[in-house]
Unconditional design. Structure first.
Length: 262
């Protein structure tokens, strides 16, 4: 891909409350008793089982993470908080900050700057405010993390991308050096979120427990998989049966913003 390609049109800007919270003063390393109280209130109001195992399964996190939320030891990442709020039927703003009302139906309206009117031959691909880790795991991808959109012509997509559907495409910024040799720290990655299974060995965005990774996945005859880094200094990681229970494919990386097709 080339930044001078006339079919790559522009970036629009759309900053949401959810995205702004990612860069707020809410440190995830300090105690958060108010969040713990709201989390317990949300669980009680939802009428779901409050055992750690049941909550972990419902919210898609580990039992250790549930324990830390209840004790106020940490805040969830923004994407995880969005998932929790949807599962429990509460406002994500209320859950994280206490602002507004509990129920999502009366949540504060996001602070949105509208993009220009969209043209019929243009696809707007969201750029997510999540640094997808190529080493350590970071936040999972959610719609509320959109801060920009790239306008791309449909003709360019037809020529360059074999996607499940244009609406499934998203852009992520890569972080770290474990995929060096294929793409680098800061490269912009085009991801097809319509792919949720590993049918071919390729580079995927994946969630393991409550963390997000970008790795090459290799299937093995015994049903297990290897998470591979293209940088040889990082060893492979074997996904065993215990890992697969918290493993989810969120998309496949199709292109990197370095003109290298994956």
């Amino acid at each position: 891909m080339c930044t001078t390609d006339p079919d790559i049109l522009t970036f629009g800007y759309r900053k949401s409350i959810a995205a702004s919270l990612l860069t707020s003063d809410y440190s995830r390393d300090m105690k958060h008793p108010d969040f713990a109280k709201r989390f317990k209130e949300a669980v009680a109001a939802a009428g779901v089982s409050d055992t750690q195992d049941a909550l972990a399964k419902l919210l898609g996190v580990s039992t250790v993470t549930i324990w830390s939320y209840r004790n106020g030891d940490k805040l969830p990442r923004m994407s995880t908080a969005t998932r929790i709020s949807k599962a429990l039927g509460v406002s994500v703003d209320w859950l994280l900050t206490g602002e507004g009302t509990m129920r999502s139906g009366t949540a504060t309206k996001p602070n949105v700057v509208e993009l220009p009117t969209k043209k019929p031959n243009v696809v707007h691909i969201p750029r997510l405010d999540v640094m997808a880790s190529m080493g350590l795991g970071v936040a999972r991808v959610e719609q509320d993390d959109i801060v920009e959109e790239m306008a791309v012509s449909k003709d360019w997509l037809r020529r360059n991308v074999n996607a499940t559907a244009p609406g499934n495409l998203a852009l992520l910024d890569a972080k770290g050096d474990s995929m060096e040799g294929t793409f680098s720290d800061g490269d912009l990655l085009l991801v097809d979120r319509g792919i949720s299974e590993v049918k071919v060995d390729a580079v995927y965005v994946l969630a393991l427990d409550d963390e997000l990774f970008i790795k090459r996945l290799q299937r093995r005859p015994d049903g297990t998989m290897l998470m591979l880094s293209d940088n040889p200094k990082y060893p492979p990681y074997e996904l065993k049966n215990g890992d697969l229970s918290t493993f989810q494919v969120l998309g496949r990386v199709l292109l990197a913003w370095n003109a290298r097709r994956l």
